[in-house]
Design a protein around this ligand. Sequence first.
Ligand SMILES: NC(=O)c1ccc[n+]([C@@H]2O[C@H](COP(=O)([O-])OP(=O)(O)OC[C@H]3O[C@@H](n4cnc5c(N)ncnc54)[C@H](O)[C@@H]3O)[C@@H](O)[C@H]2O)c1
Length: 243
Amino acid sequence: MNRLKDKVAIITGAANGMGHETAKLFAEEGALVIATDVADGPSTPYGNSNIQFMRHDVTSEADWRSVVSDVVAQHGRIDVLVNNAGIVGSYASIDDFTLEDWNKVIAVDQTSVFLGIREVGPHMRKAGKGSIVNISSVWGITGVSGVPGYQAAKGAVRTLTKNAAITYAKDNVRVNSIHPGIIFTPLVQAQAEELNAAVIAATPLGRAGQPREIAYGTCFLASDEASFVTGAELVIDGGLVAQ
Ligand SMILES: NC(=O)c1ccc[n+]([C@@H]2O[C@H](COP(=O)([O-])OP(=O)(O)OC[C@H]3O[C@@H](n4cnc5c(N)ncnc54)[C@H](O)[C@@H]3O)[C@@H](O)[C@H]2O)c1
């Protein structure tokens, strides 16, 4: 229960789904968690006083600056950043994808990760330690038809992770990506049933994952157990991309 003892962790998109569950696991493991989201508060109470909620639109440079400076002012440091907030955006195929839909999904899923790393990174480098975990997707690795904006953004998160890992390695700041397959969250519950059924049918373990199964992977990468892991991709997908 002490894998993240005394670590100060920011988790974005933590009002729902896997961000919410990751906040709970981190707090159970001894972290002080700043759970942020564009929503006004968590969908259900966290039930743990070591989780503090802050409103934060990850597409906003000003919001990033204010969240980071508040956390550093209150707690003196940031040990862990989990760039988790994300949307699927439009499911249209590339032929019908509007520029507006493209710009929206790139802003939430890709630009946010760049901003987060850029704003938090210097504090970690100054401290000579830190762990950044970027939530990409299996769709940042393999192709499907539809969701071209999501695929482009999640693929960019995968390689930006490696860029930051190399850039920050000399300062002992680790940066890794996680690639979930289908995980049972509000995001997936809002998708067409046929789409979810098709992805589950293609998943060798034959089911959707649970948010905690991603949270465990994020906890490992955030913890000192992963002290020699950087620039890596952790696929948690029931075997989907192993085929
Ligand atoms: N659920 C899956 O099957 C799955 C699979 C692969 C990757 N992912 C990724 O995992 C992450 C979490 O997804 P989830 O399934 O828990 O989704 P979710 O919809 O349950 O939760 C996402 C959270 O992000 C927040 N958010 C959206 N836009 C934001 C913004 N501009 N600023 C701040 N917060 C914002 C939402 O309010 C929400 O609370 C996302 O990056 C998603 O792309 C999910």
